[in-house]
Design a protein. Structure first.
Ligand SMILES: [Zn+2]
Length: 306
């Protein structure tokens, strides 16, 4: 299937009470792991590329990889820009065919965040591409948990969220409700009532960033309160690098790098599967995608050759 936009997928998820996983990819193996697992789970999926990943590999390379993965899949696949920090990167990704954008102006003064988000929305909507905005700030850690009382200063204010939504026309909204980026421990507790209040006020799908650090039992509550997109990056990075390190330690003299990356890719698949099931999106891909499926060729063997 060609890429789809995130708009319909997130609105359907919000109505039906599940969330779509938005998984960060940093190389080909991760793109394959994410989309293949979504296919196996019959789940819609968002592959997201951060600005850091674009600096590393190029928006054009990632666009080509994700478009190919989508073409081969029979479930809906979205190509999303994660934390685009300025107008230029958003326009660049639009030009590369991204089907969903994000402008993150959460570090800017409120009025400036509104002004640039509005600009991105105006341009993207001209070609039917939805935009995620961020209000309040999801902080970034060095791996550890941040005390709840400290986190509260970053929280999204529901009244500000309404003003932001009305003045920008964003299609989805990243909110700060207790999670933090790059947490390596799953300990964060969320302000569920705040999620419900923001959802009540703005009526659009809400996005949870930093989900790798959130306790599992918080996720169904957050979804019920209005979260429809959940971002996962750190846990996939952990799965990939832990397996790489294990393979390297077991056979440090190896020169066939696929002996290291093939098990790492397999580990990412299992991490993605766990999240898809936790978010409740398994089996939510419409069947007509399958009927028109593109699996006319035999699947390529994924094991590294001898
Ligand atoms: Zn984020």
């Amino acid at each position: 299937m060609p890429l789809v936009t995130s708009k319909g997928l997130l609105e359907k998820a919000l109505q039906e009470g599940y969330a779509i996983g938005a998984f960060n990819a940093n190389n080909m193996e991760m793109v394959q792991a994410i989309v293949e697992t979504a296919e196996e789970e019959r789940s819609p999926v968002i592959v997201q590329i951060s600005q850091g990943a674009i600096n590393y590999g190029g928006a054009d390379y990632f666009a080509a990889l994700v478009k190919l993965a989508a073409e081969k899949a029979t479930v809906p696949v979205v190509l999303h820009l994660d934390h685009g920090m300025d107008l230029a990167v958003n326009v660049r990704c639009l030009r590369e065919g991204f089907s969903s954008l994000m402008f993150d102006g959460s570090k800017l003064p409120f009025a400036e965040n509104i002004a640039i988000t509005r600009q991105v929305v105006e341009i993207a909507h001209k070609v039917g591409v939805p935009v995620e905005g961020e209000i309040g700030k999801v902080p970034t850690t060095k791996g550890e948990a941040i005390p709840y009382e400290e986190l509260r200063q970053f929280f999204t204010n529901p009244e500000e969220a309404v003003e932001f939504f009305q003045k920008t026309g964003v299609d989805s909204l990243a909110v700060s409700v207790g999670s933090a980026h790059k947490m390596k421990v799953r300990e964060a507790i969320l302000d569920i009532e705040r999620i419900a209040a923001i959802r009540e006020a703005v009526q659009i799908p809400l996005v949870l960033h930093g989900a790798s650090g959130v306790k599992d039992d918080q996720i169904p509550l957050a979804i019920k309160a209005g979260i429809a997109k959940i971002n996962v990056a750190t846990e996939l990075g952990k799965a990939f690098t832990a397996e790489l390190q294990k393979a390297f330690a077991a056979d440090p003299g190896q020169v066939d790098l696929r002996k290291y990356t093939a098990p790492a890719r397999a580990a990412v698949k299992e991490a993605v599967r766990e999240k898809i099931r936790l978010f409740g999106s398994q089996g939510k891909a419409p069947d007509y995608y399958k009927d028109e499926g593109a699996w006319s060729e035999p699947e390529i063997a994924r094991e590294a050759p001898e």
